[in-house]
Design a protein around this ligand. Sequence first.
Ligand SMILES: [Zn+2]
Length: 66
Amino acid sequence: MTAQRSAFSETVESCEDCGESTPHDVRIEIQTESKKSENTEFSREPYRVAECLECGETTSKRMNNA
Ligand SMILES: [Zn+2]
């Protein structure tokens, strides 16, 4: 009865802006990189976008850096 969970999938991550671990709204976005006109087949990359729910800072990280 003490657990109060929202329906949103929140992830607690460290935010540089807040300087502490805060809940983040994480989503996946396909962003088109139009800077390089060489390999167009690699121009659309999935990015993991985490938005800090405390300060609104968004951090996008390319997922193909494994
Ligand atoms: Zn923050």
